[in-house]
Ligand binder design. Sequence first.
Ligand SMILES: [Zn+2]
Length: 211
Amino acid sequence: MKNGKWEARIRRAGELAAAHPFASEGLRFYESLARFQKSLYSEVEAACGPSKMSRSPGTLRSEFDPFLLLPRFPAFLAVIEKIAPAPLSRAAHELGAKSGSQWREILARFWEEGLGSPVNLEPEETLLSWIFLQPYAEYLADHAAWTAPDDAPCVCPLCGSKPQVGALRPEGDGGKRSLICSLCGTEWAYRRIVCPACGEEDVRKLAVYSW
Ligand SMILES: [Zn+2]
């Protein structure tokens, strides 16, 4: 069971919302979204089982199970309509009026082409597909028996998606950087002094933000 990570996200969002009122609308939305994602992850795990399956690097998004996912999509849209800020709530309502075959096409297209690629989807459809499919992708990643490649790619070595954030973790006297996948949540080691988006290695041109 990997439900502990969802609890940690829910708790952290709640803490930050309480500490930073100016950002509370987005954080409270995320807190509620993470609760739904946690339950969806549990449903996927109950349906697919707790065992790990052998998966080769870069192949995770070749798996897509519409028979598992589509029946859960209307409940997701209903939750988003209820908890999201008005523009996204409206988008969820409008998407809810489309047919099952249209949902399948939208979700499959996002799954195949990924976040930030020219997916020929409306931005709202991309966003809703992303946050709906995240728990499924994380289930597949958590239950993958695989060996990471030796090189450090700038996209997720398991599913090929772009990183969402980088993390600096203490190691020895310094820190080690890793990147975290925007879709399946896989974390992988990455060189510290290089931009994963453009390959820039000149430290004077690499911005560092801290607070
Ligand atoms: Zn990934």
